[in-house]
Design a protein around this ligand. Structure first.
Ligand SMILES: Nc1nc2c(ncn2[C@@H]2O[C@H](COP(=O)(O)OP(=O)(O)OP(=O)(O)O)[C@@H](O)[C@H]2O)c(=O)[nH]1
Ligand SMILES: [Mg+2]
Length: 353
């Protein structure tokens, strides 16, 4: 699944107006003056924004920016209420954030089927049947339907991956994605081959799969907008584990320096990214002899003071073990997150008294 990417959109939405109430009197044979029987107007349609996994990007909002729900119908005689306007569902990709013009987040539609009521339809007006009193048996009053809510909204897509790939350009991120998932990203031996995020599903077996997100390479100063900048880092914010790729064909000092730069760029963007579990891998080790591989791995582990694994996507070296490790970190992280949310929900100030 390589996404044709369009990850931001601005839309205007107009919920339906309520239908007007009407003035009407009962007309019956032999009854000179029937009572008031004007029905109420129907409610205007609401607008929902709904996450749907069949929608891949926000591209469709380039051509359509205005969305209007149906108005309610006016009431009718014989106390008939007008038909309500139909609700409108705007389908967006899973992972869409909805913001208002002040850029406050209104909704995070991170699961298929998640719905956000974005604009409420206006109430229908009241028919004259409601205005009958002991002093006025023939009221000529009815009220107008209320206007529906309107809003200007910003939609922003942040992918919901399990594993996020982090590395300098040319580190072999897209190649890794293409080997372990169904994605077919562009691969080439020059920097910035990947210009927009890609996502792919890696099936470890029938029951276990990981959603892996590949983002454009980072370079020093990305947080200040150098290279393609850090704009794509939001796509790995919701992953449970980060996989750093360092190109093993480069010397030890370059690998170490690049690793430190990547960490700094991540921290400059969002400290939370640095709290995520991570695996550091030396990529392209098929280009090194086994002896060189081991030496380089040891030296880099010593410098970084953390374990480093050796992989080659093209020669399938170390890939299976890496995927198993990613899986186990991923499941542990998600279990911990679930427990944390449960604790937050269960916590009550009353219990601490
Ligand atoms: N020998 C060898 N070459 C590899 C391996 N993985 C990637 N490469 C090569 O490294 C180059 C860069 O690979 P990409 O996958 O495009 O790198 P990237 O990290 O996605 O680069 P950007 O999209 O520019 O950030 C390509 O020429 C690949 O063929 C590997 O395991 N072994
Ligand atoms: Mg790439």
């Amino acid at each position: 699944m390589t996404l044709p990417f369009h990850d931001e959109a601005e839309i205007e939405i107009f919920a339906g107006n309520g239908g007007d109430g009407v003035v009407s009197f009962r007309r019956e044979a032999h009854v000179a003056l029937g009572g008031p029987d004007g029905g109420d107007g129907g409610k205007g349609g609401d607008i929902y924004i709904v996450a749907d996994h069949n929608v891949a990007s926000l591209a469709k909002f380039r051509s359509q920016k205005k969305f209007k729900a149906e108005h309610g119908k006016p009431g009718e005689g014989r106390q008939c209420t007008g038909r309500g306007g139909q609700d409108l569902e705007i389908l967006v990709p899973v992972g869409t954030l909805v913001r208002n013009t002040a850029h406050e987040q209104l909704a995070d539609l991170s699961e298929h089927g998640a719905r956000f009521l974005a604009a409420v339809g206006g109430k229908g007006g009241l028919g004259n049947q409601h205005f009958k009193s002991s002093t006025n048996r023939t009221p000529r009053k009815a009220t107008l339907g209320k206007p529906g809510e309107e809003a200007e909204l910003f939609l922003e897509l942040a992918l919901v991956g399990d594993v996020g790939l982090v590395g300098f350009p040319n580190a072999g991120k897209s190649t890794f994605l293409s080997v372990v998932t169904n994605a077919k990203p562009k691969i080439a031996d020059y920097p910035f081959t990947t210009l927009t995020p890609n996502q792919g599903i890696c099936d470890l077996d029938i029951e276990r799969s990981l959603l892996i997100a590949d983002i454009p390479g980072l370079i020093e100063g990305a947080a200040e907008g150098i290279g393609l900048g850090h704009q794509f880092l939001k796509h790995i914010q919701r992953t449970s584990v980060l996989l750093f790729l360092l190109d093993s064909t480069e010397d030890v000092q370059t690998c170490v320096k690049k690793y430190e730069t990547l960490c700094k760029e991540l921290a400059d963007f969002d400290e939370g990214l640095m709290q995520k579990s991570r695996i550091v891998a030396l990529s392209k080790v098929d280009s090194l002899s086994e002896a060189d591989r081991a030496t380089k791995q040891n030296e880099i582990e010593t410098e970084l003071k953390q374990p480093v694994v050796c992989i080659s996507s093209t020669a399938h070296i170390g890939i299976r073990e890496l995927l198993e490790n990613l899986w186990s970190i991923h499941t542990q992280t998600r279990t911990r997150e679930k427990q944390e949310t449960r604790t937050e929900v269960l916590w009550s100030p009353l219990e601490t008294e």
